[in-house]
Design a protein around this ligand. Sequence first.
Ligand SMILES: Cc1cc2nc3c(=O)[nH]c(=O)nc-3n(C[C@H](O)[C@H](O)[C@H](O)COP(=O)(O)O)c2cc1C
Length: 356
Amino acid sequence: MSNLFDPITVGNISIKNRVWVSPMCQYSAIDGVMQDWHAIHYGSLITGGSGLVMVEATGIRPEGRISPQCLGIWTDQQAQVLGELPNFAHKHGVKMGIQLAHAGRKASTAAPWLGGQPLAPEDGGWQTVAPSAIAFGSYPEPRELTTVEIGQLRADFVAAAERALFAGFDVIELHVAHGYLLHEFLSPISNQRTDEYGGSFENRIRLLIEIAREIRVVISPARALFVRLSCTDWVPGGWAIEDSVELARELKAAGVDLVDCSSAGTTPDAQIPVGPGFQVPFAQRIRQEAQIATSAVGMIDSAQQAQQIVESGQADAVMLGRAMLGNPRWPLQAASELGVEVPWPSQYQRGVLRKP
Ligand SMILES: Cc1cc2nc3c(=O)[nH]c(=O)nc-3n(C[C@H](O)[C@H](O)[C@H](O)COP(=O)(O)O)c2cc1C
């Protein structure tokens, strides 16, 4: 039986607790380069008590960004500036991850506060690419990737992982969720290719498995490799939890250390039963049936709920998103609520919350 604030070893890395920050786009980069906003935003999360902070979806290529303001890691300079984050995190005993991403047919959109809609080329947008030339809802039709381009994409993911290692990140997470490119390859809704990357289950998972294997070789056992999956498309005929369990077994064999269990994003028609902890059963099932570590995410808001998920063995860890935006010191507050003593940053010790 584990507690939320017990340390955990994932792969070969040791993380001080099981309450982690979920990746969250900030749409605040310039030419893919991190800015002051990121330093201060991630700084507050790093000092908030989480064991692991995951940097938002970071484009492995310029056209893989969701918006023109998304972070990138296709140049050494971008990686060098990002390196400030793990450098600061390590001084506070916190592990730092980065989510490597390509947005596929959902790229080239405006930031949410600028409307979030697809951008035309004259407004700074670009031609999107995908496994097949099938649009997401009313988005523009993407261009189908050639087999040669898929090989290049694989190389770009691996090069991005190498840069992330150079920058000092402890965890590389592949973004295979929310209807972005690697998820688009998995789902029969968005992948109708007739070459070796489409059709059967084995063909649809091929690119992800190839990337995972190659990154595993590059990153050595000293760092951890996570995969964030959309465990179901929530539509008949789409990717389903049974597929995710089978894929998780393959990912484990490819050297992946943990599956981060999210859902949805391939189709705007999905009926999603959103509610407290609604994705936790996916983390539980994959953990049990594929025998791989999992994290649960989605509407986990209270200390008791988070503790119960970890204690009952539904997941090895929880990731929190919006609750961390509302209160970046959520983990310190949760420890206090659960009556667990955890060290606060020295600078904040006079503010330690005591149980009444
Ligand atoms: C502002 C914002 C940005 C997000 N960006 C990402 C992202 O970059 N990558 C990702 O996998 N999920 C992203 N998500 C989803 C969150 O990581 C998380 O899975 C989701 O918000 C559900 O968790 P919550 O209920 O704790 O917020 C984002 C969510 C928010 C609110």
